[in-house]
Design a protein. Structure first.
Lengths: 182, 188
């Protein structure tokens, strides 16, 4: 975990735990004649804000990949793709968070299949509010597009034209609800 | 450690079976190498015949793979590709794909062929098939060309270079099993 100063605090000081029930982490990738989408069901995250400094970290369980067919899920978990047995979690650790109005820019390190790459994530932050049960909440909507082959996730199969079936670029989307720890 | 060795050829004097025999003494003493000889008994794949009453040879193959820590396959090359019977056997093994016994299993593919290239295309295609099953396909290669000139009357490899390459394959298989076991122990 790395801590870096931000000009404007992303959140009131404190530790903000991810509300995984309401949050979503998904991916989109061009495949054949469309865009294939999937999501992960199990993940965790934490945002720690302390004045000018903030850290954001999260992990996603590869085995929880959620697509409509169990055989496809099995393929995604195999060494052809994420290799869930050897690398059970995806990980993101923020090293630099900056805010411009509601727009947030997060520069950190993303680890997939054991390979770590610097990754820039952008999105928006929803202003803090207090929910009906008295808990303080903030929301982050984040996205990034990465080249999966840079992480060693390089499965493909050629079309009759010789072109690849599956794109290299994949967009990761995260709709993150955080609740301030008591 | 238990390693399942599968020759992709059916004939009695198979070069690929000989290649696997040559690996026996290269494995450490505590490794049990099971040579599976049931390939000829596997019927043509038919989903209607699968399930709890799957053919005995299929059930046996699934079981011996499940019991093995790794699989070593030596395949000939028929018409630039995998022998039909070997492909057919792994089509059975692959079902259902999400729970098939090859998932995450370290597997090495080697081969001998009477051709000048040693069956490299069959090996490449078999690796692709095994990856589709979710196996941990090891990045090792051994293609023995002109196989009819490579074994003595006792079936031993006559070229030290191939023995060396086979030793590297064997070492990779053992290492992959050890690393996987260590990883699973940490995870557990």
């Amino acid at each position: 975990m790395t801590t870096t100063a931000t000009e404007t605090p992303i959140a009131p000081a404190g530790t903000w735990q991810l509300d995984a029930v309401h949050s979503q982490v998904g991916f989109e990738i061009a495949y054949l004649s469309g865009t294939f989408k999937g999501q992960f069901r199990e993940f965790d995250g934490k945002l720690v804000a302390d004045g000018d400094e903030a850290t954001l970290e999260g992990t996603v369980q590869v085995a929880s990949v959620d697509v409509k067919d169990e055989n496809l899920s099995a393929h995604l978990q195999s060494p052809d793709f994420f290799d869930a047995e050897q690398h059970p979690a995806l990980r993101f650790t923020a090293t630099d968070i900056s805010l411009d109005g509601e727009n947030v820019n997060v520069r950190g390190e993303l680890t997939i299949k054991g390979a770590t790459q610097p990754t820039e994530v952008t999105g928006t932050v929803a202003a803090p509010l207090t929910d009906a049960y008295g808990r303080e909440r903030i929301g982050l909507t984040l996205a990034t597009t990465i080249d999966r082959t840079a992480f060693g996730v390089d499965w493909n199969i050629a079309l009759p034209t010789g072109e690849p079936s599956l794109a290299d670029d994949v967009t990761i989307n995260a709709e993150l609800y955080f609740v301030k720890a008591a | 450690m238990r390693v399942l060795a599968i020759p992709g050829s059916l004939r009695n004097d198979s070069y690929n079976a000989k290649l696997l025999y040559n690996s026996v003494e290269l494995f450490p003493e505590d490794v049990v190498l099971d040579l599976w000889g049931g390939l000829k008994d596997v019927p043509p794949y038919d989903e209607d015949d699968d399930g709890v009453d799957a053919p005995a040879a299929v059930t046996e193959l699934r079981d011996v793979i499940a019991r093995a820590d790794a699989v070593l396959i030596a395949t000939p090359e028929y018409n630039s590709s995998i022998p039909g019977q070997l492909k057919n056997a792994f089509d059975w093994v692959s079902r259902p794909i999400a729970t098939n016994p090859m998932r995450n299993k370290p597997v090495a593919v080697i081969g001998a062929s009477t051709s000048a290239f040693g069956g490299v295309w069959a090996q490449a295609e078999l690796r692709k098939v095994l990856a589709a099953l979710g196996a941990r396909v090891l990045e090792v290669e051994l293609a023995v060309p002109h196989a009819h000139e490579r074994f003595d009357e006792r079936g031993r490899l006559t070229d030290g270079n191939f023995v060396e390459q086979l030793t590297e394959v064997v070492d990779s298989v053992v290492l992959a099993v050890e690393e996987r076991a260590a990883r699973l122990e940490v995870t557990a």
